[in-house]
Design a protein. Structure first.
Length: 254
């Protein structure tokens, strides 16, 4: 993926990693379209950041994805990067029947079906572009789980394998698949995470991501230094120790 000169759509980019990445990519000379559910907030962000385009989208709603895709492609027919950023993280208690099912279903709807539907809405167009990229967003917890977020961990593991599989199917086309693997980052993904001393500062994360994309153009994953202990815990033979560590010291990690 080139770091500049693209037209990029990032749904779920009204806050957190999505918004920070969108603004940084805009600074680097990309045309950026952000999506979110709250029209008022989108209008505010567009006013605060001239040149930033917006579209209303609810990635948990298939009809909303279809409508937003039509709008984005009509207004930006040169779109060549899709960042499937939208996601939620909720704690669950699987020891009680009423403690998890609704949350688990909502998490799967947003974190897994959302990206699948987004990619389905854009992949045909992206294949017509000479150089296109689908950026998926998994998590370090896809590799080393956090006890309190079972469905989140599972959906992010599914996104990882989906990314690997799509890369195989799209080999030989103009579309690359790049998996962004965040560690715990100081965002509002979970209550208290913005103040979590074990989480990576948001701007530090985005700057390292941009540097890795720029300096490792052939990479299939974007792995900042902070996520490496989670990403490689099993391969390095320290899986049990790493699971114990993050569940003891980082109960609100990503």
């Amino acid at each position: 993926m080139n770091i500049s000169g693209n037209t990029v759509f990032i749904p779920g980019a009204t806050s957190g990693i999505g918004l920070a990445l969108a603004l940084r990519l805009q600074e680097l000379g990309n045309t950026v379209v952000i999506g979110g559910r709250r029209t008022g907030l989108l209008e505010q962000l567009a006013a605060e950041h001239p040149g930033l385009s917006t579209v209303t989208i609810d990635t948990a709603d298939p009809g909303s994805i279809t409508r937003a895709a039509q709008q984005v492609l009509t207004e930006h027919p040169d779109l060549d990067v899709l960042v499937a950023m939208a996601g939620i993280m909720r704690t669950e208690d699987w020891t009680t029947p009423e403690g998890f099912l609704a949350t688990a279903e909502e998490t799967v709807q947003t974190n897994l079906l959302g990206p699948i539907r987004l990619i389905a809405a854009f992949v045909e167009h992206l294949r017509t572009r000479p150089d296109a990229t689908i950026v998926t967003v998994s998590s370090g917890l896809a590799y080393t789980p956090l006890a309190v977020t079972p469905s989140y961990n599972a959906t992010k593991a599914a996104i990882h394998v989906l990314s690997e599989s799509l890369r195989l199917q799209l080999a030989g086309t103009s579309v690359r698949v790049l998996e962004l693997v965040p560690p715990s980052v100081r965002t509002a993904l979970l209550p208290g995470q913005e103040e979590n001393e074990h989480a990576m500062p948001l701007q530090d994360f985005v700057e390292e991501v941009v540097t890795l994309i720029e300096t490792q153009p052939e990479a299939t994953q974007v792995l900042v230094e902070n996520v490496l202990p989670l990403r490689w815990s099993e391969a390095r033979g320290v899986y049990a120790e790493t699971v114990a560590m993050i569940n003891q010291t980082d109960p609100h990690g990503r």
